[in-house]
Design a protein around this ligand. Sequence first.
Ligand SMILES: [Zn+2]
Length: 136
Amino acid sequence: MTVVVLSLFLVIGVVTYTMWVREGDLPLPAPENPFRHLEEIKTRIYENLRDLQFEYRLGKLSDADYQSSKLAVQKELGQVLGEIDAVKQKLAAEGKTVATSVPGRKKPQTHTCPHCGATFKEALKFCGECGKAMSA
Ligand SMILES: [Zn+2]
């Protein structure tokens, strides 16, 4: 219980600090990856949610405590997710490539001949190299 409340305050403090800095007029030295910091906070919040649920299941938290703590954590989470979106949009507006934690780039699909290993961009009935049937 005490640990949860303490870590909750820590997260709130970090988020508040982050937002305060972002809203200030200071020209910040650009961090290498602006997401890393926010992703760390996000991870911490998820951990807090997990801890909350864990302590609640153990009966260490009352319903009211659990609900109010959960709401507070979820609110922080919403703010951090909003921050991440804002950074993404800002970077996109600046024409920078957005390095998210999940690379969304799809590999171009190729079809490989099982007989000779030749690759083709289109699905062919017969291999253009060795002429054998290319089964899907
Ligand atoms: Zn072939």
